[in-house]
Design a protein around this ligand. Structure first.
Ligand code: ADP
Ligand code: MG
Length: 245
C-alpha cells in the first residue's frame, strides 16, 4: 500500500489565532483515517487546506506524489469532499446538480456515472426532485453522490453523518465501507461519532488546539488510556488541560 496523502508540518493562522499548529500524517490507499477532536481543534481548517480552499501558513500537502500548491488543477481532479458548510445549489434538480458537478470535473460519461451512483445511493426516485426541497437525509445522499462524481482517489469527509437519523447514518457508513473496499480510495473522516469511527477507521488522529495529541487504532487508544471505549478516551483527552500542552 502506498501513501496517497502526506501532510507535513501543516500550520494555519487566522490573524492572531493559530488554528493548526504543525501537524503531520499520512493516509494510505484503501484506508479510512479518522480525525477526532473537540470543536475548534482545527479539523475543518485542516480539510480546507487539503482541498486547496485555505492557504497553509506553513507545511506541505502531497497528494498522489505531488505537492498541492504546485499542481492544484491536477490534484483537485483526484479529490472530493463533503462539507456541512457547502450546500448544493437549491433550485436545481438533483440530476441537474450532478450534471453540473460532473462537468466541473470533466467526468467522461456523466450519464453512466450518475446512473451508477444513483443505484448505489438510492437516488433513482430523487433525480428529478428540486434539491432544496429534499429532507436532510436525502440531501446527504445527494452530497455523497456529488462527492463521488469524479471517481476521486481521496475523499475528505467533514462530519458526513452529523445530521442524519440512525438508519440513514448506518446506510451511509455501510456505503462508505463498501465503496472504499471496492475502489481502494483514501478517506479522511472528521467525526464526533465514536461508534462510527470505531467501526470505519483502523487508524485515528486525535486533535486538540491545533495539534495531534495522540494517534493509533481505536483498540490501541482504548488500551493505552485504560478506558472502555473511544468515547471515554475522547473525553479524557479533551478534558485534560495540562497533560499535552
Ligand atoms: P473544528 O473543525 O475542529 O471544529 P476549525 O478548524 O473549524 O475546528 O477551527 C479551528 C480554530 O480556528 C477555532 O478556534 C476557530 O474559531 C478558528 N477559526 C476557524 N475559521 C476561522 C476563520 N475564518 N477566521 C478566524 N478564526 C477561524
Ligand atoms: Mg469542523
Amino acid at each position: 500500500m502506498k501513501n496517497l496523502v502526506e501532510v507535513k508540518n501543516l500550520k494555519k493562522s487566522y490573524d492572531l489565532k493559530e488554528a493548526v499548529r504543525g501537524i503531520s500524517f499520512k493516509i494510505k490507499d484503501n484506508e479510512i483515517l479518522g480525525l477526532l477532536g473537540p470543536n475548534g481543534s482545527g479539523k475543518t481548517t485542516t480539510i480546507g487546506m487539503m482541498l486547496g480552499l485555505l492557504k497553509p501558513s506553513n507545511g506541505e500537502i502531497i497528494i498522489d506524489g505531488k505537492k498541492i500548491e504546485d499542481n492544484r488543477i491536477e490534484i483537485l481532479k483526484k479529490i472530493n469532499f463533503i462539507s456541512p458548510y457547502i450546500e448544493l445549489p437549491k433550485k436545481l434538480t438533483v440530476k441537474q446538480n450532478l450534471i453540473v458537478y460532473g462537468k466541473l470535473y470533466s467526468v467522461p460519461d456523466i450519464k453512466k456515472r450518475i446512473e451508477y451512483l444513483s443505484e448505489k445511493l438510492r437516488l433513482e426516485d430523487l433525480l428529478n426532485r428540486i434539491t432544496g426541497e429534499l429532507s436532510s437525509g436525502q440531501k446527504n445522499r445527494v452530497s455523497l453522490a456529488k462527492a463521488l462524481i469524479n471517481n476521486p482517489k481521496v475523499l475528505l469527509l467533514d462530519e458526513p453523518t452529523a445530521s442524519l437519523d440512525p438508519e440513514i447514518a448506518d446506510f451511509v457508513r455501510t456505503f462508505l465501507e463498501n465503496y472504499k473496499k471496492e475502489k481502494k480510495i483514501s478517506i479522511l473522516l472528521a467525526s464526533h461519532n465514536m461508534n462510527e469511527v470505531t467501526r470505519l477507521c483502523k487508524s485515528i488522529l486525535m486533535m486538540k488546539d491545533g495539534i495531534i495529541i495522540d494517534s493509533g487504532s481505536p483498540e490501541d487508544l482504548i488500551n493505552k488510556h485504560g478506558r472502555q471505549n473511544l468515547e471515554e478516551v475522547f473525553l479524557k483527552l479533551s478534558r485534560n488541560k495540562n497533560e499535552f500542552n
